[in-house]
Ligand binder design. Structure first.
Ligand SMILES: [Zn+2]
Ligand SMILES: [Zn+2]
Length: 361
């Protein structure tokens, strides 16, 4: 135990975790009273069981986004744990001590601005972002916000829920807002990846016909098993645009959901979408630009839409679908103490699929 010196609320995070970015976790056990004495109304203290690791955590560390993270910072934004304390003078809360809750990227928003009122809480000018502008989940304890934590339904394991809170919510909302109907074709570049394999499942559940685009026998098997109707290996394809169009009745896709962190996949989508189709841009490359043909965007009546994570309702819906066994995240479990290794792996590109950390290890 390293003690809980009384220097205000930042002490809590310091006691529960790290120097920077969640490395070298240290643990503190006597947090509850300390927290209660120092917390603001509407906050809660969560004892974490697990947390997902996401590519966004690497962007936070590298600082390669137009948006900058606070420093020092405890990263992480896909945590699941138990509420162990609620801030003093909190008026009322649907969340109680002992509840199992999730922490997503959007830690808090004002709920009163135009974006919040219109259900785009993630675009709130006062949004707090877990593991980016406020300390995140690479810690034993985290302070979060009662109005934004997500209740975890019974019937889903905490580890299974972790990545749904970020990757799952992100692709779920994007598909929901993609102007597609049951029976429409959706193309998923990177379908075998962390976001992609969840998108395959959500899209199938929503009655869409999935064209999975990725490479390698292993990913092919995974995508087809998860519900993709067609598979295209981009390494084997000589003309990807033609192959995708052919797969979609020869006319092209109704929707392309692009999660890539480079620009190329976005441009290509303009070419293989059918008339009236929608490009859903979901990846967050720091600098790439989208150079779409204005002529064909107009001539084909295309829609180009951005979709950024999700709001409270999206998180509840995405988790509910997973809790009913319709969507399952594939991940490997590591310990919180492996975090430094994992960051190095993310940087080198050697981490395949999603990782969920066991906080007790
Ligand atoms: Zn994430
Ligand atoms: Zn707001």
């Amino acid at each position: 135990m390293h003690g809980c010196p009384s220097r205000g609320r930042s002490v809590l995070a310091e006691a529960s975790c790290s120097e920077k970015f969640g490395f070298e976790p240290r643990f503190c056990t006597e947090l509850r009273q300390h927290y209660y004495d120092r917390s603001a109304p509407g906050e809660c203290l969560i004892k974490l069981a697990c947390t997902g690791v996401c590519h966004t955590d690497l962007h936070a560390k590298l600082g390669d986004w137009p948006l900058k993270a606070k420093t020092p910072l405890i990263g992480g934004h896909e945590g699941v744990g138990e509420v162990v304390a609620i801030g003093a003078n909190t008026a009322q809360s649907r969340i109680n001590i002992g509840d199992r809750v999730g922490i997503k990227w959007l830690a808090d928003s004002c709920l009163n601005c135009e974006s919040c009122r219109k259900g785009r809480e993630q675009n709130c000018p006062d949004a707090k972002l877990s593991g980016f502008t406020v300390d995140g989940t690479f810690a034993q304890y985290v302070v979060s916000y009662l109005q934004h934590v997500t209740p975890i339904p019974d019937g889903i394991d905490s580890f299974d829920a972790a990545s749904i809170l970020c990757a799952g919510v992100t692709v779920y909302r994007a598909i929901k807002n993609s102007d597609t109907n049951i029976g429409d074709w959706i193309v998923l570049p990177g379908a075998g990846g962390g976001l992609g394999h969840l998108a395959v499942q959500y899209a199938s559940q929503m009655g869409l016909r999935v064209v999975a685009v990725d490479s390698g026998a292993e990913k092919k098997e995974l995508c087809l098993q998860l519900g993709a109707e067609k598979w295209i290996d981009f390494h084997e394809s000589k003309d990807l645009v033609k192959d995708i169009k052919d797969a979609c009745d020869g006319l092209g896709a109704h929707c392309a959901l692009v999660t890539a962190a480079t620009g190329a996949g976005y441009q290509q989508a303009i070419d293989y979408l059918r008339e009236g189709g929608t490009l859903m841009a979901v990846g967050l490359p720091g600098e790439a630009t989208l150079e779409a043909s204005i002529f064909f965007t107009v001539f084909k009546s295309l829609n180009i839409k951005g979709s950024y994570v999700g709001n409270r309702q999206d998180a509840i819906e995405a988790l509910d679908i997973a809790a009913r066994g319709k969507v399952k995240c594939h991940y490997v479990v590591r310990g919180l103490s492996d975090l430094k290794d994992i960051y190095e792996g993310l940087e080198k590109g050697t981490v395949a699929g999603r990782v969920v950390l066991d906080i007790s290890k």
